[in-house]
Write a protein that binds this ligand. Structure first.
Ligand code: B12
Ligand code: SF4
Length: 451
């Protein structure tokens, strides 16, 4: 069978999708043909239809998170208008809201969880001409009927999966034999319940279906990096595991083996409170150059009550201090504009960004209390969709814009100027008229200099 995956990344570049890459590897291993269309702008839909016309896939698979859902729906409608081809949809948004199938006629089926085994089962059945409407982990549309099958158990052993098929993504096609900075993820799940993150919601969805937190073995992880190294040149990798410090034994083993196999560095996500001194020292010795830490709010009460993170400021300060002493670079993730936020709490925060998700405890609270305003945001790095009684949207967005500058200006003027320059550039780029004038002034200045 020929499967065409579609990966919408409109206004929010993903570079690759672990889910698609993993499913592609499984499907190809079983003898199916897989192709991918990455779409960054809805205007590329004509090109997509042309590709479908030319390559004639048997099945379309769209992967979507919540940010991309409205685009995914639009794309499915466009395809359905042009051709009668089965369209199946999966991804975080669908796991959280499989009911999307009932509302969207362009979808023929949705995947309730991990797709590797279940999508393969579905495709195999379709190829053999068997009845596939009973495939576990899927809900299907058959005429006017919606068929709801039960969920499949979570995969126990991630080592059984082939390495993700990165090469179908244009980033990996473009940079073959050139220097890249690839991302890896060796685990699935997180046991914490931070209210703004999908993990508690996913944990609930998967209740009774097996262990949610799973790790690929360290040897397989090392093998996966080595496998990519055969065709790509890289000296630094990003590890996207939700919390790299969750399994101390795994961390110690990885940090012991990594430098023996590679002459390169890595960065990873660390949760304050789940990393001890021994692990931090192992990270440094193992080649970690930077730890990324969710600080999220500068206000302990907000962090605890609104975000569900019982981590004290002192714990965070200690972690950053220890990391710095060891020579580890640090990076902090911050959220600005959470319910309860005030100008004062923004002042207390170290960095900004908005991470509100439907389906999360915090998301539900915002909906219930009518805090969600109009509009939508493809990415949470710039815009807020909240209408809060304590602070306006404009004030939140301005605070986000100026936050880095306001920090840098106190200790690194050069960095602060660069940040302002970047802000100005983005401001001009986002306004076509200004862009035109800027080009005009630039050109005129150039010709004046020549004369
Ligand atoms: C690694 C990661 C990234 C990486 C790689 C992105 C990627 N697309 O894979 C990077 C850093 C680039 C990234 C970026 C972003 N991310 Co991110 N990311 C993650 C993280 C930590 C792990 C994802 C992962 O690897 N999962 C494992 C794989 C195997 O699962 P999967 O992708 O869901 O796919 C499986 C199933 O969903 C299903 N499936 C998926 N698609 C399909 C399609 C079909 C047809 C079928 C049948 C099945 C199916 O089968 C797959 C295999 O089992 C998750 C957190 C989490 N715990 O999931 C957040 C997460 C997915 N990201 C999130 C967000 C918000 C973003 C950004 C929008 C952030 C931003 N820039 O503003 C961007 C979006 C970029 C984009 N266009 O995709 C949210 C999504 C929330 C939501 N409600 O949808 C999550 C859940 C984190 C959170 N805040 O809670 N992310
Ligand atoms: S620790 Fe990180 S990954 Fe885990 S639930 Fe909290 S925010 Fe999500």
């Amino acid at each position: 069978m020929k499967i065409l995956f579609i990966f919408p990344q409109i206004g929010s570049a993903g570079l690759w999708s672990v889910g698609i890459a993993s499913m592609s590897a499984v499907l190809k291993k079983a003898g199916h043909k897989v192709d991918l269309f990455e779409i960054d702008n809805l205007s590329q839909q004509a090109e997509l239809l042309k590709r479908i016309e030319e390559s004639r896939p048997d099945v379309i698979g769209i992967s979507t998170n919540s940010h991309q859902f409205s685009h995914a729906r639009e794309i499915a409608r466009t395809i359905k208008k042009a051709r009668q081809i089965p369209i199946f949809v999966g991804g975080t948004h669908i796991i959280l809201f499989p009911e999307s199938l009932e509302k969207e006629e362009a979808f023929d089926g949705v995947c309730l969880g991990e797709g590797e085994e279940s999508f393969l089962e579905l495709i195999d059945k379709m190829q053999k001409g068997e009845d596939y409407f009973n495939t576990k982990n899927f809900w299907f549309r058959r005429g006017r009927e919606i068929i709801k099958n039960e969920s499949r158990k979570l995969m126990e052993d991630l080592d059984k999966l082939p390495f993700p098929d990165r090469r179908i993504f244009r980033y990996f096609k473009k940079y073959e034999q050139k220097e890249i900075m690839p991302r890896f993820i060796f685990s699935r799940g997180c046991p914490f319940n931070c209210t703004y993150c999908c993990n508690h919601a996913l944990n609930k969805k998967y209740a009774g279906l097996g262990k949610y937190l799973r790790f690929r073995s360290v040897d397989k992880a090392i093998e996966e990096i080595a496998d990519l190294k055969k065709n790509y040149n890289f000296r630094h990798i990003k590890l996207d595991d939700d919390t790299f410090s969750l399994n101390k034994n795994w961390l110690l083993e990885f940090c012991g083996k990594f430098p023996k196999n590679f002459n390169m560095t890595f960065e990873c996500n660390i949760r304050p409170g789940s990393v001890d001194d021994e692990s931090l020292a192992a990270l440094k010795a193992g080649g970690c150059s930077m730890i990324k830490v969710g600080v999220e709010s500068g206000n302990e009460l907000l962090r605890k009550e609104a975000l569900g993170r019982s981590i004290s400021n002192q714990d965070i300060i200690e972690l950053f201090k220890k990391a710095k002493n060891l020579g580890l670079k640090t990076y902090s993730f911050n959220i600005i504009g959470i319910p309860g936020e005030t100008k004062k709490s923004i002042e207390e925060a170290v960095n900004l960004n908005i991470r509100l998700r439907p389906g999360t405890i915090l998301g539900e609270k915002c909906i219930k209390e009518g805090l969600i305003g109009s509009g939508s945001a493809d990415t949470y790095f710039k815009k807020s969709i909240l209408e809060l009684p304590t602070i306006s949207r404009k004030e939140i967005e301005l605070a986000v814009q100026n936050f880095k500058f306001n920090i840098y200006k106190h200790y690194d003027v050069k960095k602060a100027i660069l940040e302002k320059k970047e802000q100005l550039k983005n401001f001009v780029i986002s306004r076509p008229r200004l862009r035109f004038f800027a080009k005009f002034i630039y050109k005129s200045a150039g010709s004046l200099l020549k004369t």
